[in-house]
Ligand binder design. Structure first.
Ligand code: OSB
Ligand code: MG
Length: 368
């Protein structure tokens, strides 16, 4: 392919309700899409992070600069644009996995559309629908939380994840177990809110038969997570700490995690995400697909990835209505607790022109 144009489309879409985690509260999905034009097809992708670097070090304004000044000049210099050629030329630029992922995904979408191939087929999917879990934010009171969980279960979600932080952990987990029973697949996500000094406290969660505890300690501290895992029966799952297949291999070897949250953006894109899946699967370590409150543009490719054989736990890939009153694509609708894997070429979806126009804040060329 030949690169002709890369357009950045800043969008802001209100969330149906504020989403509170240990690192902050989100009320809108405020990010950008890329529209990449080649001589053979167009590709779309969504940047996964937020305007502020609270979940990870990357953020919207920074990623725009990294793409425009450092990644796109290298990619535009390629004699033949292919997805596989991107990572080697982008590797010179340190880190910035989420910025690399948004560019790689737009190229991958264009390349697969050129060949008429769905992303799920390209990645090696073995399912045409995937079970949907839901990530439930921190609330002001336990009764409000029980309302949220009860509503999601009534909608059909097959697994509940509770966001936790110091002061909001054992009691909400106990209350959810008491109300909804021991058979409910239940897990928690601390987003780095604890330290090793909290190990005895976190061990109290062992009584509740959780599927996993996600990223309890500081980002990138594999040693501390391994020490914590020695003191917990609950499997530790890493999110923020894993940036590629290589550190996933290290984490598994160190017993720093017994489950892996795969977020394609966090590891630089779908090619590396498949390698993370392969490494974990080869070690018998279950993986699941995380989420970043994506619009349909980001959700569609995640559903394709979640259809790979090693994704044996339900992911955070929820229906559009869990996030937005109106999505920017045709909405993903929960059916019998599952979401369909997109079957069209590339990521299988595109922005609805009218919705895109209404949610757009600013657009411009990063490369032309
Ligand atoms: O840690 O998994 C996380 C949302 C934004 C940033 C980080 C996380 C999350 C979620 C929600 O837990 C996942 C989703 O429903 O998209
Ligand atoms: Mg997480």
């Amino acid at each position: 392919m030949r690169l002709e144009r890369v357009e950045i489309v800043h969008v802001a879409i209100p969330l149906v309700s504020p989403f509170r985690t240990s690192f902050g509260t989100m009320t809108a999905k405020d990010t950008f899409l890329l529209r990449l034009v080649t001589d053979t097809a167009e590709g779309w992708s969504e940047f996964a992070a937020d305007p502020e670097p609270l979940y990870c070090s990357e953020f919207v304004a920074g990623a725009e600069i990294v793409l425009r000044d450092f990644l796109l000049p290298r990619v535009a210099a390629l004699p033949h644009l292919t997805t596989a050629a991107l990572a080697p030329v982008m590797a010179k630029v340190k880190g910035h996995e989420l910025a690399k992922a948004v560019l790689e995904t737009a190229v991958l979408d264009a390349e697969l559309r050129t060949h008429g191939m769905p992303l799920a087929t390209y990645l090696g999917a073995v399912r045409d629908r995937v079970p949907a879990g839901v990530s439930v934010g921190i609330r002001d009171s336990v009764p409000e939380l029980l309302d949220d969980v009860g509503r999601h279960l009534a909608e059909g979600y097959v697994r509940i994840k509770l966001k936790i932080e110091p002061g909001w952990d054992v009691e909400p987990v106990r209350a959810v177990r008491e109300r909804f029973g021991d058979d409910l697949p239940l897990q928690v996500d601390a987003n780095t809110a604890y330290t090793l000094a909290d190990a005895d406290h976190l061990r109290r969660l062992d009584a509740f038969g959780l599927l996993l505890i996600e990223e309890p300690l500081e980002e990138n501290n594999l040693h501390a997570h391994a020490r914590l895992q020695r003191r917990l029966a609950t499997p530790v799952c890493l999110d923020e700490s894993l940036h590629h297949a290589r550190d996933t291999a290290s984490a598994i070897a160190l017993d720093a995690c017994r489950v892996v949250n795969v977020k394609p953006a966090r590891v630089g894109g779908y090619l590396e995400a498949r390698r993370v899946h392969d490494v974990a699967h080869a070690h018998g370590v279950p993986v699941w697909c995380g989420g970043m409150l994506e619009t349909g543009i980001g959700r569609a490719p995640n559903l394709a990835l979640a259809a790979l054989p090693g994704f044996t736990l339900p992911g955070d890939t929820s229906a559009s209505s869990r996030y937005f009153a109106e999505d920017i694509t045709e909405p993903f609708v929960l059916q019998d607790g599952h979401l369909p894997v997109p079957a069209g070429p590339g990521i299988g979806v595109e922005p609805l022109p009218d919705a895109l126009r209404r949610f757009t804040r600013r657009r411009g060329d990063l490369y032309a």
